[in-house]
Design a protein around this ligand. Structure first.
Ligand code: SAH
Length: 361
């Protein structure tokens, strides 16, 4: 079959539903985002030209620089190990890590001790990462926990929100999984007829009213489980920034974005970014279950201010007066309450005894 006559992703999804029946939202989301040839993150430039969304490191270099200081601080608390792994999940264009390592390499010994690993699904983005980060000789593992025996620091910005979620809707006799099916030939949401007893769901959502929705990401829990085990064994920390909430609760957050506008998640599979807010309460439970200490979740604004973003912005503006207006606008975007400052949360779980900076006043 020639490329031009190969089925499109929407056709493939519809064929699969016709053959196997309705699919879970997690299966649908995984196909939309990471189908080997046609998924959103497999396309030529998922973050670039199309510009469906803009992330914190792309707003200002200060974001990555402060993450760099964060890593240096942890590395020093660990006794400046001669060899350690820095693993970034979903590094995008490599901007965050480029800014982080430019700042962190000023700490003596840090650059020599660093083993950079980048976990990435997109070949196009891997190529961009290779250009921006080639000087640090990165390695792209195929498994998330394919790490050496060195201490491990993990950084993830807007990675966990791209992992598939399942949704369950409360009914009168239990919870029903929401599924993607076809109605009159058109993709639509429906409910599994089989009810799951409430006891199978976390206590936090017991007693919900009919119609309420519970979202769960088994993929996110699996990633956190594997990384927590590795950090528990080797020493280190996991830092994750994302849209998200503090405690497991009901509420529907699945959303699609296409060229900066909200879109119907079912309308254009593979052509829109689909994400869901992160249940940081669930991730903290996994990390503490594996023996790590989870910090109280911080807002991105508080975290960045504690790491000194205001002072850093002033320094940059003094050095580049022509840029002062842009720097002030970026500061506001990253930390402002109506902007990313409060919607975005910062999660950190670390080996007991480490005190990750940015979490206590
Ligand atoms: N951290 C970057 C990019 C965020 S977008 C930034 O802040 O700009 C999400 C990133 O995660 C992209 O690099 C995407 O290709 C990657 N990604 C999404 N799902 C993934 C998966 N299942 N496995 C590996 N990487 C994934």
């Amino acid at each position: 079959m020639s490329e031009s006559s190969a089925p499109s992703l929407p056709e493939l999804i519809d064929m699969q539903i016709r053959a196997n029946g309705p699919m879970s939202i997690a299966s649908y989301m995984a196909l939309c985002l990471t189908h080997p040839h046609k998924g959103y993150y497999k396309q030529a430039d998922p973050l670039g030209a199309r510009g469906d969304f803009i992330t914190a490191p792309e707003i200002s270099q200060i974001f990555g620089e402060l993450i760099g200081f964060f890593c240096v601080n942890l590395w020093q608390q660990m006794g400046e190990p001669k060899s350690f792994t820095l693993l970034e999940l979903g590094p995008g264009r490599g901007t965050l890590m480029q800014d982080a390592l430019r700042a962190a390499s000023k700490a003596e010994g840090f650059g020599d001790a660093l083993h950079l690993q980048l976990f990435e699904t997109s070949e196009e983005l891997k190529a961009q990462q290779a250009i921006r980060l080639g000087q640090y000789y990165p390695y792209w593992p195929s498994e998330i926990d394919e790490v050496s025996d060195d201490p491990l620091i993990v950084v993830a910005n807007e990675f966990f929100d791209a992992l598939p979620v399942r949704q369950f809707v409360k009914g009168t006799a239990g919870w029903h999984e929401r599924l993607v099916g076809l109605k009159d030939g058109k993709r639509s949401f429906g409910l599994s007829p089989t009810a799951i007893p409430e006891s199978a769901l976390p206590a936090a959502v017991h007693g919900a009213a009919p119609g309420e929705v519970y979202e769960v990401s088994l993929a996110a829990a699996d990633v956190m489980q594997r990384l927590s085990k590795a950090v528990g064994r080797l020493g280190g920390a996991i830092l994750a920034m994302d849209y998200g909430y503090v405690l497991t609760r009901t509420g529907e957050t699945l959303q699609a974005l296409r060229r900066h506008a909200y879109a119907d998640p079912l309308a254009a599979p593979g052509d829109a970014d689909i994400s869901a807010h992160v249940d940081f309460g669930a991730l903290a439970a996994v990390a503490t279950g594996a023996g790590l200490t989870a910090q109280p979740l911080a807002t991105q604004g508080d975290f960045l201010r504690r790491l000194g973003i205001v002072e850093r912005a002033e320094m940059l503006s003094a050095a580049n007066p022509d840029e002062a207006g842009n720097i002030a606008a970026a500061l506001d975007r990253l930390t402002g309450p109506g902007q990313m400052g409060e919607l975005f949360k910062v999660f950190c779980a670390a080996s007991p005894g480490l005190v990750p900076p940015g979490f206590s006043p």
